[in-house]
Design a protein around this ligand. Structure first.
Ligand code: GLA
Length: 726
């Protein structure tokens, strides 16, 4: 068992292979956080210190003891109302609008296996791979019970947290702050690493010194967003890729979120992750239960590479599901950058023929095939095939594509509606708008209210009709705007609609997962605007960014790699000049960069020269040969493309028998000093052979000094070297 309760000292130990997490039930029944860090069997209760701190109030039970204050003690689940003035995990309001709560320990349960969450994505694991701790707390005035859920996955050093809030009283209570994970540190001098961005430039790495302030990120957009990823790292200020203590939190949720770190008056640090609170107001009626979505926590004292590796394993093996979780993914050709809205059987069949000749596996028909959809002003919501535009029935088109030996994939944007659509004309009230106000349009479209069962039912029905009558192997589930004008026709609060919207979305995705187990679903939101562990529960890969520029992608994929495995990253080779930046890079470099993900193409193949086609055929072949190593190898970041002249990374087989090294030179100068990239994770004192040139390298030299990159006179030259253990 990875969970142990020391009854005498009333301390819980949650133990993984390399870490330990301790919680104490104190004399007043409060839960205090003692420790999260390197594995130890010893109790850490000596971290608790007591002193009379001015303006830090004391619970009534402490009587004349002014040294006991929730304002300074490290807490496991801080709530608003106990005299803790830091950011809290939970805030409740009673029926009169009075804020305040005070939760005390009631009981606990330790069970084998990992808990699951009704209607929400969550880490899953076999009985032998995880244990669950449930700690029940109660507020005796509101008669609300809170159950803290902990899932411990010892082998991958991950601990998950989620919270059930149950109203056992007679009056409605309202939640206005809800975080599922809180970590309090009594010591430490930290940096915070976050991943900010924008459309077509997601997950940009940023490292900030933490002083006496709060560093808070989040999304108020109703989606996890391009602007901040719901993944955050807290690290010792000296921590590097290979050294130092660091902690990560990753939200298993795809809606608005809030994550923050703050340093308090006693130089203590608190890290929190949960739901976005500016818009959150959720009423829990008597007898009802409500869930705060899950956060994955992980710790390493060996720097960011190990930390990322733990998250990669958690997501690849315990979040992603379905047929394609561990299977090779089809190498696809996507029609978007090839022909945009110009969807026609002639184009698609030509594209399929070319793709088949180049060894690809699947054609994806992107936007433009349904309703009236020749641009992005109309059609969303009308999920029936526009046969007139395509030139034939969908089943016939698929037949033609299948005849070429390709599978067939299709694009949907199910959560959206255009005002110029049959659906909107029929059900204008299904769109999220506020009566009496003009709505904010995004890409000229509105959101369907997915918090309403009939809306979800209708959209699922439309998708089902297409899926049941056509041989579809893949769905690209897109979402191309942020949520606004949140209003309910059913007397519900905006905060309730935002949360229930996610339940509606997850409901459709779960039904697709269950009823169409053979279909691969790729997530997308204008590229990587909803790239999170929540979506990865339903879609094992997500289109990483609408930006297919190989050089920008080195940074986007670098940032993404901190929290997500390579198998989750949709990456395509596109045309040059690149459609997002105008940059020209070689086909080779575009291939090398896209091979750090679930690989595909997105360009008009008929415009390519015979040489390019030959090269693409070789790329596809090479990718297929390497996919197992790319997806299952341990991923190493070998440079920081935000600071260095080279972007470099490697995948090393778990048994160290081989390594795929990739590098893109970002800058070139006259008489350039040689660039050496130090490899990682190879077997020590061994010899590795470059399979292409038969050149032999000593692994120690590769790891201590590095592999020298050749000086090639061209912009953005790249290398991809497969090294095999001799
Ligand atoms: C979004 C996606 C693109 C493409 C278009 C279609 O921007 O990220 O890949 O599917 O929508 O409209």
């Amino acid at each position: 068992m990875s969970i142990y309760f020391d009854e005498q000292n009333r301390i819980f130990h949650l133990t993984t292979l390399h870490s330990d997490y301790q919680i104490k039930i104190d004399m007043y029944g409060y839960l205090l956080h003692l420790y999260y860090g390197r594995r130890t069997e010893q109790n850490a209760d000596t971290v608790l210190t007591y002193a009379d701190r001015g303006f830090s109030g004391n619970p009534y039970d402490a009587d004349r003891d002014r040294t006991y204050s929730m304002d300074v003690l490290p807490q496991e689940f801080p709530v608003r109302g106990t005299g803790d003035y830091r950011s809290v995990a939970l805030s409740l309001e009673d029926a009169k609008g009075t804020k305040g709560c005070d939760f005390r320990y009631v009981s606990h349960k330790i069970v084998k296996g990992k808990y699951s969450l009704k209607g929400l994505p969550a880490v899953y694991a076999g009985e032998s791979q995880a244990d669950t701790l449930e700690i029940k707390l109660r507020d005796s005035v509101l008669q609300v019970e809170v159950t803290l859920l902990y899932g411990v996955l010892p082998e991958i050093d991950c601990i998950t947290r989620s919270v059930l809030v149950e109203n056992k009283g007679g009056e409605t209570v309202t939640v206005d702050k809800a975080a599922s994970a809180c970590l309090d540190f009594v010591t430490g001098d930290f940096d915070v690493i976050t991943f900010h961005g924008r459309h077509a430039m997601e997950r940009q790495y940023e490292r900030t010194r933490l002083g006496h302030h709060a560093v808070t990120i989040g999304s108020r957009r109703g989606t996890s967003s391009h602007q901040y990823n719901p993944m955050m790292i807290l690290a010792d200020k000296e921590a590097t890729e290979d050294n130092g203590r660091c902690y990560a939190m990753s939200f298993v949720y795809s809606g608005g979120f809030e994550a923050g770190v703050e340093k308090d008056q006693m130089n203590q640090t608190r890290m929190l992750m949960g739901l976005e609170s500016e818009q959150l107001r959720y009423r829990i009626k008597p007898g009802k239960q409500w869930i705060i979505p899950e956060v994955i926590c992980t710790y390493s004292d060996n720097g960011f590479q190990e930390l990322s590796s733990q998250l990669h394993q958690c997501i690849r093996y315990h979040v992603c599901r379905g047929q394609y979780q561990l299977k090779p993914r089809p190498v696809l050709i996507n029609s978007w950058e090839a022909s945009y809205f110009d969807i026609h059987a002639d184009n698609l069949l030509t594209l399929a023929k070319e793709a088949a000749e180049l060894g690809m596996d699947m054609l994806v028909m992107d936007d433009g095939w349904f309703g009236k959809r020749d641009d992005d002003y109309s059609g969303l919501g009308d999920w029936y095939v526009n046969e007139q535009k395509i030139g034939m029935p969908l089943s016939k088109l698929i037949e033609g594509i299948n005849k070429e030996g390709l599978k067939f994939g299709i694009w949907f944007e199910p959560e959206m509606v255009n005002e110029d659509s049959d659906l909107y004309r029929l059900h204008p009230d299904w769109a999220l708008t506020i009566p009496g106000r003009n709505p904010v349009r995004g890409r000229s479209q509105l959101l369907l209210d997915f918090s309403r069962a009939e809306v979800v039912e209708y959209i699922y029905g439309q998708m089902k009709a297409i899926l049941d009558h056509n041989a579809i192997d893949y769905i690209k589930w897109d979402m191309n705007r942020s949520i606004c004008d949140v209003y309910s026709h059913e007397e519900r609060l905006s905060g309730e609609v935002l949360y229930d919207y996610m339940l509606g979305l997850y409901d459709v995705l779960e039904r697709l997962h269950e009823n169409y187990p053979d279909i691969l679903i790729e997530g997308c939101s204008g590229g990587g605007g909803r790239f999170d562990a929540g979506m990865l529960y339903y879609t094992p890969q997500i289109w990483c960014s609408d930006n297919t520029d190989a050089i920008n992608r080195t940074r986007i994929q670098y940032g993404t790699s901190f929290g997500y495995p390579v198998s989750a990253v949709g990456a395509h080779v596109s045309a040059v000049p690149n459609h997002q930046t105008g940059r020209i890079t070689s086909l080779r470099t575009r291939g090398v960069v896209a091979m750090a993900g679930a690989f595909g193409y997105e360009l008009d193949l008929s415009k390519l020269s015979a040489d390019d086609k030959k090269e693409i055929r070789q790329q596809v072949e090479r990718y297929k040969e390497l996919e197992a190593l790319i997806f299952d190898g341990t991923y190493y970041r070998l440079s920081n493309p935000f600071e260095e002249a080279v972007a470099a990374w490697a995948m090393v087989a778990k048994d160290q028998s081989e390594c795929l090294f990739s590098a893109v030179q970002l800058q070139i100068e006259g008489n350039m000093p040689p660039i050496f990239v130090r490899l990682k994770g190879l077997k020590e004192h061994a010899v590795y052979v470059d399979e292409a040139t038969a050149k032999e390298y000593s692994s120690d030299v590769l790891m201590e000094v590095g592999i020298p990159l050749p000086f090639v006179m061209e912009d953005y030259h790249s290398e991809q070297i497969r090294l095999k253990l001799k």
